[in-house]
Design a binder for this molecule. Structure first.
Ligand code: SDX
Length: 392
């Protein structure tokens, strides 16, 4: 008997407790992904992270005025409360940035306790702006902390993406030089991650939000769900896998054999998907960008060659074909992030920044849907029948 997602097919009933949403459409068999009806490749090619965030959250593309005002409001909320700096002081320098981020977002909410009511539209708006503005800054501070470098203050004269890049790669010692290749590549990668229907972390945000927990609490929970190596953590795990193949000298074929033999803990990370049983349309776009970005940055990385060799072997191997395992969005992203200069531990943080607009959009959609009830997944009881407790 097989359970797929929330629909239980073989126990004599079909539980159609599928989540209702108008935000993103995926056809896993055809490899289709659309944000509010727009195909992902057209958005990635033509839009920006903030314009796409608006589309996901409000349902339509913004007018130029709406986008300018949205961008301006976000710029003017990038500063973190000065007291929050001590939050970072309390953490070890090698704290994993995903832990820093999930804890940091909860800590951030303690500064806004008078404006967290999910039923107050103004509170929902300002929480949206604060999270979009401050989460990337917290992420950059986690990165700087790991480097032992001073935090920079946001520079409102820069675009959203360049401000984020400067906070990560700029230093107090010299002016930050904008690299348009980096900006464009990161913008496209973040757009490709902005939403993906009812994935594990988005479902977590919706489940937590369904209890009327505030937006910050729900997003913090989503960050923790994303952290796992089977979900967003896979982009970090892919780089570790590629480096192990290279450094062990075992070769790609030997590694693939170990995957097929299901050796403990050996999986082809970045491959397979709960929904896509075809090539993840995002993976195709990322793979195209990988060659382009590395060439433009003048970076040669043998891990990209290993990734391509792995893909070629897997896509021709009955084991993967029969299980409909294809590269997913995480397979090539890490190679690009590495070429940009991000440490491996920041990769899932970049996924979180990408996914933030989708999490917010789903949280808001759920709050305004009159059909929303508190989440309570059904259970099939498989335990012991009633029995007498031994007399004492
Ligand atoms: C993301 O849901 C989303 O939309 C997520 C995401 C998003 O944008 O939010 O797209 C982002 O999380 C992408 C997925 C990133 N994770 C990984 O790359 C980790 C490696 N992949 C897997 O662990 C796995 O493919 C999952 C978790 C992604 C999907 O798991 P499924 O669909 O439940 O597959 P399964 O575990 O039931 O496996 C089916 C078969 C099994 O073999 P058999 O038992 O039938 O012999 O396929 C095998 C599995 O062993 N298999 C793999 C494999 N993935 C599945 N074998 C080797 N390598 C893999 N990666």
């Amino acid at each position: 008997t097989k359970q797929t997602g929330f629909t239980t097919l073989d126990y004599g009933f079909v539980n159609t407790s599928a989540t209702r949403s108008s935000i993103t459409y995926i056809d896993g068999d055809k490899g289709i992904l659309r944000y509010r009806g727009y195909p992902i490749d057209q958005i990635a090619e033509n839009s920006t992270y903030l314009e796409t965030a608006w589309l996901l959250i409000y349902g339509e593309l913004p007018t130029p005025t709406e986008l300018a005002e949205f961008d301006d409001r976000i710029r003017h909320h990038t500063l973190l409360h000065e007291d929050l700096k001590s939050f970072f002081d309390a953490l070890p320098h090698d704290a994993h940035p995903m832990s820093v981020l999930s804890a940091g977002i909860s800590a951030l909410s303690t500064y806004y306790q008078d404006s967290l009511d999910p039923r107050n539209p103004e509170h929902v708006e300002i929480s949206t702006i604060r999270l979009l503005a401050k989460l990337p800054v917290m992420a950059a501070y986690a990165h700087k902390k790991s480097l032992g470098q001073a935090f920079l203050y946001p520079d409102n004269s820069l675009s959203f993406i360049d401000n984020f890049l400067r906070l990560n790669f700029g230093t107090m010692a010299e002016p930050y030089v904008i690299n348009p290749v980096l900006s464009k590549a990161l913008e496209r990668l973040l757009i490709l991650h902005e939403d993906h229907e009812q994935n594990a972390s988005t479902s977590t945000v919706r489940l937590v939000g369904s209890t009327e927990a505030n937006m910050f609490a729900s997003i913090s929970a989503g960050i923790n769900a994303l952290y796992g190596p089977l979900h967003g953590g896979a982009n970090e795990a892919v780089l570790t896998m590629l480096a192990q193949i290279r450094d062990s000298g075992e070769g790609v074929e030997k590694f693939v054999e170990r995957v097929k033999n299901k050796e403990a803990g050996v999986r082809l990370m970045g491959f397979g998907h709960r929904v896509y049983k075809n090539y993840d349309p995002r993976a195709k776009l990322v793979k195209e960008a990988a060659d382009e970005v590395l060439a433009a940055l003048g970076v040669q990385d043998d891990l990209l060659d290993i990734a391509k060799e792995l893909e070629a072997i897997a896509l021709a191997d009955e084991y993967f074909i029969s299980r409909r395992l294809y590269p997913n969005v995480d397979f090539y992203t890490g190679v690009i992030y590495k070429a940009m200069g991000f440490p491996t531990r920041m990769f899932t943080v970049l996924f979180a920044i990408g996914r933030l607009p989708g999490w917010i959009a789903h949280w808001r959609e759920m709050q305004t849907d009159p059909a929303t009830k508190i989440g309570r997944p059904q259970q099939l009881y498989l335990g012991s029948p009633e029995r007498e407790f031994p007399a004492r």
